[in-house]
Write a protein that binds this ligand. Structure first.
Ligand SMILES: [Zn+2]
Length: 159
């Protein structure tokens, strides 16, 4: 049931970053919406041109905002909740030159990624997918770990 719950949650910040950067998903909010008389409602992202068709509502004169938001949310893949999507992310990282390794201890998994002189290792997670999402996010400059978690890394001024 835990997996079901995860599939319904919002995207984590790590997923949002790796989905856009490594998997090429659309998470923009700049969308056009139109109705085709025969085919129903469509929406297209003005930024990256991804287009979706909204199921149902073919006869509706107006498309409710929540229906549109939900249709787009179907595009928002919870990468950490699926072994298949986690594997896709691993391949995407490897294509960009990252060496990806998993470390298993007591049924939990950490992920280490290494490229040149740079390496990142995650904490331990229940699944490889969760670990590789965290590792992928750590390779991105704008991903911030829990700001309170790493006081030892802060360089403080001496006065
Ligand atoms: Zn887009």
């Amino acid at each position: 049931m835990d997996g079901e719950y995860k599939a319904d949650r919002a995207l984590s910040e790590a997923e949002r970053l790796v989905n856009v950067r490594y998997l090429g998903h659309c998470l923009h909010e700049n969308r056009s919406v139109w109705n085709s008389r025969t085919m129903g409602w469509f929406s297209r992202c003005r930024d990256c041109r991804v287009e979706i068709q909204v199921d149902g509502y073919t006869q509706a004169k107006h498309l409710p905002a929540d229906v549109l938001a939900h249709a787009w949310s179907q595009e928002h893949v919870k990468t950490a909740a699926s072994p298949v999507n986690g594997a896709q992310l691993r391949y995407a990282l490897e294509r960009e030159g990252w060496r990806v390794q998993f470390l298993g201890v007591d049924g939990r998994t950490a992920c280490e990624v290494r490229k040149g002189g740079t390496s990142w290792r995650t904490r331990f997670f229940d699944t490889q997918a969760e670990a590789v999402v965290e590792a992928g996010a750590m390779t991105l400059r704008n991903y911030t770990l829990n700001p309170c978690a790493k006081p030892s890394n802060l360089v403080q001024s001496p006065h």
